[in-house]
Design a protein around this ligand. Structure first.
Ligand code: FRU
Length: 507
């Protein structure tokens, strides 16, 4: 408890220091405040939402992110920036792209979500040397609280992303639409050209464009009005994914953000599996099934890295670990919102068709510390749980368990579903929609359900049966000295304490 009070005092001091200045983003906080994730990315202070411009370049993984330099709620959207050599330990850099005034109209322009590419052959003519980094983002022009237009703009960097210059002929793509955003751009090798996928959110449509130089774009196709169309679409991405056990077989996956499988008031992500011919995306299934990326409430706006695949050719995705429904109310200070653990993507050929499989990035395992046998205690854990299906109607593990609160992860045999119940997880009353139970239907394999559970203070990510289902949820435990305990018949657990990626010599 004393520890918690000390943490709180540090937090209060930092809020005071950081309150009035946008330049304080490089403020070093202790990264030990109450609820501060220890191996997930969080900005030092203030609000973040979508990951942006994920790209690997010259030994560095870049993470740009939607960022409010002034406060811990959404607004003044800019691109925050961090770099890492392993996707786990991050170094904060100054804001890459700030909100600005449109030079023609003087209207305020926020820098919404987008991409960074490496322009390897200086196709844009903007590189001072042979190559440079180019950012393509949505310029969100607004006046007196109203959106004027969303168009796409470009900025470039000749010093590995440390400083950025906005292109003087922006915008590069303007359809005079109020909702037209989140460009994902990548190099399409077969035709030696750039491809852009972006959404018309309220029409449930992804549009595809092509370009030889990143500055002039022509539409080539469109896909939409399929799958989950209950809420607007945002943040599309299109990438090739190898099939498990057959790495030479690859399929194109189109993923995007939409509503949540369990209710219209929440956001989530879905994906389609198919082919891309350089012009448009074609799903494999003639009757398209709605397939969700994650069944938790806290995985949104996920995109994959450009210019990087794992050794076995898998793309790596990072998502925003929060939900628009209650995101602005989560009880963390002086920052708000985290990124998910980076996930390696593959496809599994199942009886129910090709399905996305997600695994925590292999390197995350390097943060495994002490092996826990007997008592499993702590807030930063990696747990491997095996459940023999059918031994009990309800079996699993209670984590972050104190005298009163607990988060329950289990398998209900009659429903054939894994669930995460955070209704008693601690502090839940900060928003009426937060207390919830999430579940995902999944069949046992050889009579077993296998869970990999990453617990990091206020984020829990559950990977089921090698990543065929995931459930990612935030929780805010309100007690100290928390532990984990299995329940039901036929359950076994292996555990590790996770080391901190933020606190030197942290445990
Ligand atoms: C998704 C989103 C994007 C937009 C950004 C603004 O969470 O709404 O569509 O570009 O956030 O911050």
């Amino acid at each position: 408890m004393i520890m918690r009070v000390a943490r709180l005092m540090t937090v209060i001091a930092l809020i005071y220091v950081g309150a009035c200045s946008p330049t304080k983003e490089l403020v070093q906080t202790p990264y030990q405040e109450l609820y501060r994730p220890q191996y997930h990315f969080t900005p030092a202070i203030n609000w973040t939402n979508d990951p942006n411009g994920l790209v690997y370049y010259e030994g560095e993984y870049h993470l740009f992110y939607q960022y409010n330099p002034f406060s811990s709620t959404w607004g003044h959207m800019s691109w925050g920036h961090a770099v890492s050599k392993d996707l786990l330990h991050w170094e904060h850099l100054p804001i890459a792209l700030h909100e600005y005034l449109d030079p023609r109209t003087n209207d305020s322009t926020m820098v919404f979500s987008g991409t960074v590419v490496i322009d390897k052959n200086n196709t844009s003519g903007l590189c001072s040397g042979k190559e440079c980094m180019v950012a393509i983002y949505t310029s969100h022009v607004h006046s007196r609280g109203h959106t004027v237009v969303q168009h796409q703009s470009l900025a470039y960097s000749n010093d590995k992303g440390r400083t950025w210059t906005r292109y003087d002929k922006n915008p590069i793509l303007d359809m005079e639409l109020k909702d037209f955003r989140d460009p994902k751009v990548f190099w399409y090798e077969p035709e030696q050209k750039w491809v852009m996928a972006l959404v018309v959110p309220d029409q449930f449509v992804v549009r595809f464009y092509e370009s030889k130089n990143l500055t002039s774009w022509t539409q080539t196709g469109e896909f939409g009005k399929k799958g989950d169309i209950r809420k607007i679409w945002e943040c599309p991405d299109l990438y090739e994914v190898p099939v498990e056990g057959n790495p030479n077989q690859k399929k194109w996956v189109l993923s995007l953000s939409c509503s949540h499988p369990q209710g219209l008031s929440f956001v989530g992500m879905q994906y389609f599996v198919g082919s891309f011919d350089g012009q448009t995306f074609q799903p494999d299934e003639s009757e398209v099934k709605t397939r969700y990326v994650d069944y938790g409430k806290d995985f949104y706006a996920g995109i994959v890295y450009n210019n990087f695949k794992t050794e076995s050719g898998n793309p790596v995705m990072i998502g925003w670990a929060n939900n628009w429904a209650y995101g602005a109310s989560i009880p963390t200070e002086p920052w708000r919102s985290a990124m998910s653990i980076p996930r390696e993507l593959s496809l599994r050929d199942t009886q129910d068709g090709m399905q996305l499989v997600q695994k925590p990035l292999l390197a995350t395992g390097t943060l495994k510390g002490e092996v826990l046998s007997g008592n499993i205690e702590g807030n930063n854990l990696w747990l491997e749980v095996e459940i023999e299906a059918g031994k009990s109607e309800d079996s699993g593990i209670r984590i972050l368990k104190g005298g009163i609160g607990e988060t329950v992860i289990g398998y209900r045999n009659s429903k054939q579903a894994v669930y995460l119940d955070r209704t008693r997880s601690g502090f839940v009353s900060f928003h009426p929609d937060f207390a919830s139970e999430e579940s995902a239907v999944i069949e046992p394999v050889d009579g077993k359900i296998k869970l990999e559970i990453l617990v990091d203070e206020s984020i829990v990510e559950v990977f089921v049966n090698g990543g065929l289902r995931t459930i990612s949820d935030q929780v805010f435990p309100s007690e100290a000295d928390l532990r984990a305990e299995i329940f039901g018949e036929g359950v076994s657990v292996k555990g590790w304490k996770m080391k901190s990626a933020w606190v030197k010599d942290g445990n």
